[in-house]
Design a protein around this ligand. Structure first.
Ligand code: ADP
Ligand code: ZN
Ligand code: ZN
Length: 705
């Protein structure tokens, strides 16, 4: 029977970018459907998930001659996604220059896409999980005066807030208290708490579950199985979960009652998504909070210079101050001290020393007293490269402009960019010489060397010192990191070697010495943010030492220490580190940035092109910028387009990469220009002159230049 469609609905769906389909497609529906309704619709030969979108945002058009297809079904068991969620997705798509449907669908749990309505209905009928205790097992502690002052200001003011608190100053306790107050104020209220790394979610979850009970809390991150993610997502969407803990992806969770967003370690680059829509979850959190009437709290001991600048207090010359409110918690809980910083001038040390004598002596002493040490090196593997002493051969990756890293444990050479792995050759592949040597060092080698150097060192119980390593290689298996961290917490490890993975967030109780053995590389990187990053990393790493004031007092020994082995002991980064003086460091960096016209005093975007050859990649970018000038696109007058350049690692997996930097003093002008440029880039992609182009992409507010 033929029935005329009663309604036309606009549906956001994930159309492949080459399909030429606009953001929204029109479908026929037997009756009107409210925006936000989840539907299944035919698309090509397939049936896909879509979200009914607000008609006034429609930009898609029916391809000529096509008839309107009817929607296939409605996911009736799931309430429509609300207007604030749709506005967030719409904003993110516009701001980060992606298709609306792509962002909308990527924000939904994968199983929602894959399950048919029958399966989903069954899933929804399933009773809620066997729930444990009633929560509130862990009574709220009495806040310190600094914590109380922060709490009171957050309660009284609108924000957004930058909670600038030393490592161990009790920021998490402030989050807990603010969440408590938000939830108490309104039975439908929800809170979102984000951390930069999946690794940090279990300990946070534990703290929140102890305070609020297991039903109230769900997690959302990519380390979960798809059924778990669906379950958490539905709990947040329906309001049964009051608190969502998660990584950057959680910023897109459907949270109809959202009243508070916490972004912990807000400076962490992991908040920036590095593929698809390259969004900053921190920046979206600010936007979302304002739109949805939720308070936003950014916490860090070393805020990003963007947030620091945005939270500058008013002064005589700058009576407005920044848009955010800065709250300060300088003291450690329980009158604990921040580590004393010891710099070892490597110019005065024997060449090629990895562990200098004074550092080794300090570690030995700590171990003999039963204390723990942490040794940081931001490079995994045994050595970054192998070379032949006879002919100069190096273990270059055949597919990338990078070395293959030597991993001794399994005797492989591995490319950390494309994953290409081979067995370590016995002889030089070029000249046959057996004299193959490693150059430089990674965490595996540190672990091995320490084991040798400390082999005679005994703990107070007479047992030999135990060394453990935590990095991406030792934690590949599910649950491995938790197990390893538990060993550290249980005191089964005396010296922990690792990458930045161990520097972040963990509340270690018995670490009293932290050492950065080779931090200098980051001082001379071409990335203008590298000093900021290094400072944050070292402050955070140092923050793992001496966290338990009671333990420190009971040990009665030396104060906790942060050791830095460097050829540049006078460098501003280490000077500021020594004084724990983030404000001075930030002031100096901001002055440089202002002078040079760099973020946060300017706004940037990158356009990247990947192609078979570097020439094609650069030619595409050159042509696109020439077209922008010819057409005198809106905003162009306020935007500087720099010439295309190869990326630092120019070739990865046999693809050549080039990028072009765009800069503007006006965010609005840059946005206007990018929006107008988007169709030009699309058109250039189809031009036969650019055959060999693999893809192009735009990165707004890029973090790595
Ligand atoms: P941060 O997040 O700032 O590094 P945490 O919130 O993890 O610091 O707090 C450091 C330690 O101090 C934790 O073990 C925490 O339980 C404890 N702590 C925090 N606030 C208080 C308080 N008001 N009284 C007693 N202990 C506290
Ligand atoms: Zn050779
Ligand atoms: Zn490679």
């Amino acid at each position: 029977m033929q029935t005329a469609a009663a309604s036309i609905v606009q549906v956001a769906l994930h159309a492949p970018s080459h399909s030429g389909v606009g953001d929204l497609l029109s479908y026929a529906s037997p009756g009107p459907l409210p925006p936000g309704t989840l539907v299944r619709v035919p698309f090509g030969a397939r049936e896909v998930l879509g979200v009914v979108w607000d008609a006034d945002e429609a930009t898609g058009e029916l391809p000529e001659g096509a008839t309107m297809r009817p929607i296939a079904g409605v996911l009736a068991g799931v309430a429509p996604l609300d207007a604030p969620w749709r506005r967030l997705v719409g904003f993110a798509a516009r701001y980060y220059q992606r298709a609306l449907g792509e962002v909308a669908l990527a924000a939904l749990p994968p199983q929602l896409r894959d399950l048919d309505p029958e399966q989903l209905a069954r899933r929804l009928r399933r009773p809620a999980a066997p729930a444990g205790g009633t929560g509130q097992d862990m009574p709220a502690v009495a806040l310190t005066p600094e914590q109380e002052s922060a709490r009171a200001q957050i309660a009284a003011e609108k924000g957004p807030f930058v909670l600038f608190g030393s490592t161990g100053s009790g920021k998490t306790e402030v989050y807990l208290r603010c969440v408590q107050e938000a939830l108490d104020a309104d039975p439908a209220a929800q809170a979102l708490v984000m951390v930069p790394e999946i690794n940090l979610t279990p300990q946070l979850e534990e703290r929140f579950v102890r305070r609020f009970g297991p039903q109230a809390v769900v997690s959302l991150h990519s380390g979960m199985t798809n059924p778990q993610r669906l379950k958490s997502w539905l709990a947040a969407h329906s309001g049964t979960a009051r608190i969502v803990l998660g990584t950057r992806m959680a910023v897109f969770a459907s949270l109809p009652g959202l009243r508070l967003v916490v972004v912990d370690e807000e400076h962490d680059p992991s908040y920036k998504q590095q593929e698809g829509a390259r969004y900053s979850a921190r920046d979206l959190a600010i936007w979302r909070g304002r739109e949805q009437g939720a308070k936003v709290l950014l916490g860090s001991a070393t805020p990003s210079l963007e947030s620091w600048h945005a939270s500058r207090p008013p002064t005589a010359e700058d009576p407005e101050g920044g848009r955010y409110l800065r709250l300060h918690m300088p003291s450690r809980i329980g009158a604990g001290q921040l580590p004393r910083v010891r710099r070892v001038d490597m110019n005065q040390q024997p060449r090629r020393a990895v562990f200098t004598a004074p550092l080794l002596a300090a570690i030995t002493e700590r171990v003999q007293r039963g204390e723990q040490c942490m040794v940081l090196l931001n490079r995994r593997g045994y050595a970054p490269v192998l070379h032949c002493a006879d002919c100069g051969w190096k273990s270059n990756c055949p597919h990338c402009s990078a070395h293959q890293v030597f991993h001794k444990t399994d005797r492989t050479l591995r490319c950390h960019h494309c994953g290409y792995t081979v067995r370590v050759p016995r002889h030089c592949p070029t000249c046959g010489s057996p004299d193959i040597q490693s150059m430089g060092r990674g965490t595996e080698q540190l672990e091995e060397q320490l084991a040798g150097l400390l082999s005679e060192v005994l703990r107070p119980d007479g047992a030999p010192a135990r060394i453990a390593r935590i990095d991406a290689d030792t934690t590949k298996a599910k649950g491995a990191l938790e197990t390893q961290l538990a060993q550290v917490h249980a005191g089964e490890v005396d010296v922990l070697v690792g990458t930045q993975m161990i520097a972040k967030g963990h509340d270690f109780r018995r670490i009293t010495l932290v050492a950065a053995v080779q931090p200098d590389g980051a001082l001379f990187s071409s990335d203008f943010r590298s000093a900021e990053r290094l400072f944050a990393l070292l402050m955070q790493a140092g923050g793992r030492a001496g966290r338990d004031a009671a333990y420190m007092a009971a040990q009665g020994g030396a104060p906790c220490e942060m050791w830095v082995q460097t050829y540049h002991p006078q460098h501003a980064v280490f000077e500021a580190l020594r004084r724990h003086d983030y404000p001075a460091f930030a002031a100096q960096q901001l002055a440089e940035r202002q002078e040079a016209g760099m973020p946060p005093f300017a706004y940037q975007a990158l356009v990247r092109a990947d192609a078979r050859t570097q020439e094609v990649a650069q030619a595409f970018l050159t042509a696109a910028s020439a077209a922008a000038r010819e057409q005198d696109l809106p905003g162009l007058a306020h935007v500087t387009l720099y010439p295309p350049v190869p990326l630092t690692i120019q070739r990865v997996a046999n693809v050549e990469r080039a990028q072009m930097l765009l800069e503007s003093g006006s965010r609005a002008a840059l946005q206007r220009f990018l929006a107008a440029w988007q169709p030009v880039l699309h058109a250039a992609r189809g031009d036969p002159a650019h055959r060999g182009l693999v893809r192009w992409l735009v990165d707004v507010d890029p973090l790595a230049i």
